[in-house]
Design a protein around this ligand. Structure first.
Ligand code: NAP
Ligand code: GLV
Length: 309
């Protein structure tokens, strides 16, 4: 069974070690050392170039190193009919929940204003609402969003969530679809984005969505940069509709030198680190899926190409 690993950001060594130990028959290759491409049955990838998969005529499945598969699905030359699997949690749920909780508390406890006061050498206590008065809106209540929502509930925040189809989660007020959007937004002081990037969600966080939030709300985006219309976000920050944004993901990554987000006083930038796939927590999932695929069983985290996630 030949598998080709491709990633410009992940070290193949721990993956090779884990997969060779669990699957002694595996021929683990790291791009570009693939040998005969006609023998390749599986790829384990993060953001391969467009058209890259075309060279493997006997491909049985594409295994994504990430939870989000938008970059794969945007490839117009992705082989049709080949199953794609994505990471399901794989240690990222805890990391994403930590990032979201940090962002919410950072804004709730007015840390950006204290940082500005410190720069001026001013000792100035500010009023702060109780957590119960600071409702959080979670966009997307899937594998990762649900864990963050549960952590925020445990921290005492009222939590709203918005999904494509109706969902329930203890302690969370759930809204779905267009019908639920206005009430969800109006009741959220801070919006935390956990949506997959799909044709339906691209550009969703635009002027009209931001205008639906209470004035002076906050945004924490740890899903994808493509969800945000950057000019609309900057305008909302500049006119006070939004009081601050913590951004981990961007339309163009790395965030280009000179981009306004870098120096905006109400924007916090992190370099797509809200959650990283670590082989230690994720290799078992890949091993299990390779076994299932070899046995003709349905793998975990199978992507629905028509839905885009
Ligand atoms: P998931 O389990 O597939 O959950 C997706 C959620 O989004 C579901 O609740 C789904 O609704 C909802 N949704 C999808 N399309 C929607 C639409 N058009 N309108 C409203 N809701 C919609 O995904 P996940 O594993 O939680 O991952 C979420 C995303 O996190 C990934 O796609 C990736 O982009 C991002 N991510 C970022 C990092 C980072 O380091 N920054 C790391 C990992 C992942 P239903 O429940 O109705 O299906
Ligand atoms: C990272 O962004 C992922 O989708 O896993």
């Amino acid at each position: 069974m030949k598998l080709v690993f491709f990633s410009e950001t992940d070290d193949p060594a721990p993956w090779r070690e884990a997969l060779r130990t669990a699957l002694p028959g595996i021929d683990f290759r790291v791009w570009p050392d693939v040998g005969d491409p006609a023998d390749v049955r599986y790829t384990l990838v993060w953001k391969p170039p467009a058209g890259w998969h075309r060279r493997f005529p006997a491909l049985r499945a594409i295994l994504s190193l990430g939870a989000g598969v938008d970059a794969l699905l945007e490839d117009p030359d992705l082989p049709a009919g080949v199953p794609i699997t994505r990471m399901v949690d794989a240690g990222m749920g805890r990391q994403m929940a930590e990032y979201a909780a940090h962002g919410v508390m950072h804004f709730h406890r007015r840390m950006p204003e204290y940082a500005a006061l410190q720069r001026e050498g001013r000792w100035q206590p500010l009023e702060c609402p109780a957590a119960t008065e600071f409702p959080v809106g979670v966009l997307g209540l899937g594998v990762l969003g649900a864990q963050a929502a549960q952590m925020l509930v445990a921290m005492g925040y009222p939590v709203n969530a918005w999904t494509r189809t109706p969902r329930t989660l203890p302690g969370v007020t759930c809204y779905a679809g267009d019908a639920g959007r206005a009430a969800f937004l109006a009741g959220s002081r801070v919006l935390v984005n956990f949506l997959p990037l799909t044709p339906d969600t691209r550009g969703l966080i635009d002027r009209s969505l931001l205008a639906g939030l209470p004035r002076g709300a906050y945004l924490v985006n740890l899903a994808r940069g493509g969800h945000v219309v950057e000019d609309d976000l900057l305008a909302a920050l500049d006119d006070g509709q939004l009081a601050g944004a913590m951004l981990d993901v961007f339309g163009s990554e790395p965030l280009p030198v000179g981009h306004r987000f870098w120096r905006h006083p109400r924007v916090i930038v992190t370099p797509h680190i809200a959650a990283v796939t670590m082989a230690e927590g994720a290799a078992d999932q890949v091993i299990e899926n390779l076994k299932r695929l070899e046995a003709g069983d349905t793998p975990r985290g199978l992507v629905d190409r028509s839905r885009g996630y």
